[in-house]
Write a protein that binds this ligand. Sequence first.
Ligand code: NAD
Length: 350
Amino acid sequence: MKICVLPGDGIGPEITAEAVRVLKALGLKFEMEEALLGGCAVDATGDPYPEATQKLAQAADAVLLGAVGGPKWDVYPREQRPERGLLGIRKQLGLFANLRPAVLYSELANASTLKPEVVSGLDILIIRELTGDIYFGQPRGIEVRNGEKVGINTMIYSESEIRRIAKVAFESARKRNKKLCSVDKINVLECTQLWRDTVSGMAADYPDVELTHMLVDNAAMQLVRNPKQFDVMVTGNMFGDILSDEASMLTGSIGMLPSASLDANNKGMFEPCHGSAPDIAGKGIANPLATILSAAMMLRYTFAREAEAQHIESAVKKVLAQGYRTGDIYESGAKRVGTREMGDAVLAAL
Ligand code: NAD
């Protein structure tokens, strides 16, 4: 079980250190090696995704990433921006399936802007296709037609692209509450008619999974009206971009949200949904739980270690129940802790 650890920039090194401690405490035989990605890689080599990191990431079974970026590099030429490193690694590793769970621990129900009864106990998984759709389709660009400028993008999906993401979704639903909602816009977009037909055509192979379909505008509304009706949602790149951010905000605490990006063989990159938080970097106060929960996703999806994944998730639940809170999720009366103490609490609960 080879893990390439990429701490990255800002709070990245602080939060990945805690996730690595948790992984080591499981007593499994991991081989972990660190490399540079993002701004720190630019500083050291001039390249946000240097050759040495590429080799290590390609040879590993999974990548654990902190976060990249910061104001220091925002003025650099585009090819030396930290985000280039992130896009580079996603592309090189062929990570087409982005999994974002939105779980609201009942202890944090007040952190959401929605009423506690609407979100308490929320546990949904949004699966977004990551390498196709209107974000990559050709033709694209801005050109002059009939004497005025027009902007063009192309929404395009092949059957094989739809099938491979739908397979991830059906299989994920199987491991959860066996409900899958596929989101499209068939009333307007032919591309998504193919999406719906293809997903429907696969349903017979998964008789234990209840498949439903929803138009994206309704899905956006239902996510805030009654989010607990969903188990797994699957959709294309653009709809998924928007819906996954909407879903993550149901929980109200960005420091709690993990993510996984997988290839066809379940090799993946696991990272918190948040960024490098330059405003709190180096202060030892960042919430490491999203990264620790990302490590749990790694165990579940890449290494098929469901039991250990659940141990970590239960440990996180326990420390919340014990009242430990970093600043971002702090409520009066709770025990305010820093990054390392939160890691200590998870280790103790484990
Ligand atoms: P951010 O997620 O880094 O921070 C937003 C706010 O949330 C900040 O106030 C921050 O302090 C807080 N926050 C984030 N994570 C936290 C944690 N674990 N614990 C406590 N508080 C936390 O978003 P931003 O400020 O828009 O971006 C900062 C940098 O991160 C930018 O350079 C951006 O490009 C980069 N970024 C990287 C990724 C990634 O690596 N995947 C994702 C998003 C943004």
